[in-house]
Write a protein that binds this ligand. Structure first.
Ligand SMILES: Cc1cc2nc3c(=O)[nH]c(=O)nc-3n(C[C@H](O)[C@H](O)[C@H](O)COP(=O)(O)OP(=O)(O)OC[C@H]3O[C@@H](n4cnc5c(N)ncnc54)[C@H](O)[C@@H]3O)c2cc1C
Length: 499
């Protein structure tokens, strides 16, 4: 008898769990609230333009990275086209000075030393750390939950050479590291490389992946990538149900037995996996009946990635001579909402992906993090006019800033799109509109979270709410790990097939 598994969420983690379970003889069915796969890994059409809402870089895009093997199990990686940028981003200041954050560590070191010689010690400390981690490999082949003594010994052997460096770089945040810089451009570079609340280890690893050219951008964008994984899932015999929001998980005798949709339809199964939002799963679908102190502590006291406002423009001109990612000062600070005001703007120009706009045209985006999900959601629900006018105000201020920096913008605009935290929530149901789950802060450290809940059998969680730091590689890994755990419990050996 093949066991039946219900999977909640067709994000990358849910599709991954589905693919690997299909490969191992389970019958799986995915229920997704949205009308398309991908979850946060998404894009959307506006007129002739495709606006991308996710992938800036995909760790594992090249065979030199261990995640390549995993992606290759779900997507035909040989036929994927990736863009590896020479510059990760460029930062500018009010005095017209700029610093290029090269992806090659040697070029980056030269540029930083030239532009910020007063911080040479800090720069060399950073680039030395990058060089040290170039050989670092993550043991991802086997789920830690299925490890034996031999695996544990291997893990210690792997960990020892990096123990000190991992500890040092994970106990300080990117912002704290940036604060040490005397040079303001260098400070800005470190602050904008990733979220400044994350551990500085993430800055180091970002350049490691970039230097190895193993974190490219997949041409075609995020939804196309998600659809390739969905295709693989369907070919393996999986079933998808879209516009199917799960309201409740059926439990009997403290075992998960299936799900109930918002339209009250019930679907029974032997196992349930939630690859959907963690807060909604634990506190709504399971009504908070299966938690302990540790889980409560996470949801009460740990920081999550913020939500965001994204302004996207479709313009009838190109920006070939401009960097694809630019942080530049605003003449007038931009108030996003009462919780956050920006003095700089991060602009992305998508000339490097010709599939997103017709020839001679470009998509430009500017993204602003905000913790104030509640404000945006209330505004949309209670005062649609102000919600609309606030979106217009922010778009206008962004356009003004782009006009000042590039010129020739306003007259070339064909499409304007403003995404708010309220939309992130509506389309992905992520708690507080968060874009990546648990923030990898020094307080979070490098801890692992459990993929099961206390007292509940035949139930597992996958995705960014059980993998601190989130991201696409951990989404595929987490779905694969859950499949390995289930196989182990059923005394089956876990197998994979190549694409
Ligand atoms: C702007 C932006 C840029 C990013 N850039 C990168 C990047 O460059 N590289 C990278 O690796 N990562 C990036 N990420 C992060 C990455 O997209 C996410 O961490 C990852 O996609 C999370 O996958 P997931 O499957 O865990 O969760 P999700 O994508 O959130 O999937 C969960 C799915 O469950 C569905 N769902 C929720 N509740 C229910 C319910 N009740 N019933 C049915 N379905 C439900 C949701 O609709 C969703 O489809 C970015 C994210 C954003 C927003």
């Amino acid at each position: 008898m093949r066991k039946k598994v219900t999977i909640i969420g067709a994000g990358i983690a849910g599709l991954s769990a589905g693919c690997y379970l299909q490969m191992n003889g389970y019958d799986t069915e995915v229920f997704e609230l949205h009308s398309v796969p991908g979850g946060l890994c998404t894009s959307w059409k506006r007129g002739e333009f495709t606006i991308d809402g996710c992938i800036h870089w995909l760790v594992g895009s090249a065979p030199s990275d261990d995640f390549y093997k995993l992606w290759n199990e779900l997507v035909d990686m040989k036929n994927m086209e990736f863009v590896d940028h020479e510059e990760f981003m460029r930062v500018e200041d009010k005095d017209g000075r700029s610093m290029r954050v090269f992806t090659d560590v040697n070029k980056l070191e030269r540029e930083m030393l030239e532009k910020a010689p007063e911080d040479s010690e800090l720069i060399v400390e950073f680039t030395d750390a990058v060089r040290k981690f170039l050989k670092f490999r993550m043991p991802i082949e086997k789920a830690p939950e299925t490890s034996n003594l031999f695996d544990a010994l291997k893990m210690i052997f792997w960990y020892v050479p990096y123990r000190r460096a991992l500890k040092n770089w994970s106990s300080i945040s990117a912002r704290e590291y940036a604060e040490r810089c005397r040079n303001t451009l260098l400070k800005k570079a470190f602050e904008y490389m990733f979220l400044s609340e994350t551990m500085a280890l993430f800055l180091v690893m970002t350049i490691v992946w970039m230097h190895k050219k193993s974190a490219g951008y997949p041409v075609g964008g995020s939804l196309r990538f998600a659809r390739l994984i969905e295709k693989r899932y369907l070919e393996l015999g999986g079933k998808t149900n879209y516009r199917s929001k799960v309201r409740r998980i059926i439990t009997e005798g403290n075992s998960a037995k299936g799900i109930v949709l918002e339209n009250r339809e019930a679907h029974r199964s032997d196992i349930v996996i939630s690859a959907a939002d963690g807060h909604y799963t634990i506190f709504e679908m399971l009504e908070g009946r299966y938690i302990d102190e540790e889980i409560r502590d996470y949801y009460d006291n740990y920081e999550t990635f913020p939500s965001f406002v994204q302004v996207s423009l479709g313009v009838s001109r190109t920006f070939e001579s401009e960097p694809h990612a630019l942080v530049t000062p605003l003449k007038i600070p931009l108030v996003i909402d009462e919780s956050v005001t920006y003095e700089d703007i991060m602009i992305r120009t998508f000339n490097f992906d010709p599939t997103l706009a017709p020839e001679g045209k470009t998509v430009i985006t500017a993204i602003f993090g905000t913790e104030n999900y509640g404000y945006w959601d209330n505004l949309r629900k209670r005062d649609r006019e102000t919600y609309k006018s606030e979106k217009e105000r922010i778009a206008n201020e962004v356009i003004e800033a782009l006009e000042g920096r590039f010129g020739d913008i306003r007259s070339n605009i064909e499409v304007i799109d403003v995404l708010t935290p309220s939309a992130v929530m509506r389309y992905t149901n992520n708690w507080k509109g968060s874009f990546e789950g648990w923030l990898l802060t020094p307080k979070m450290g490098l801890r692992r979270m459990k993929k099961v809940l206390p007292g509940l059998k035949d139930f597992y969680m996958a995705g960014q709410w059980v993998e601190p730091g989130g991201g696409l590689p951990t989404a595929i890994l987490s779905g694969r790990n859950v499949a390995q755990i289930i196989c182990k419990e059923d005394r089956k050996s876990f197998t994979t097939t190549r694409h």
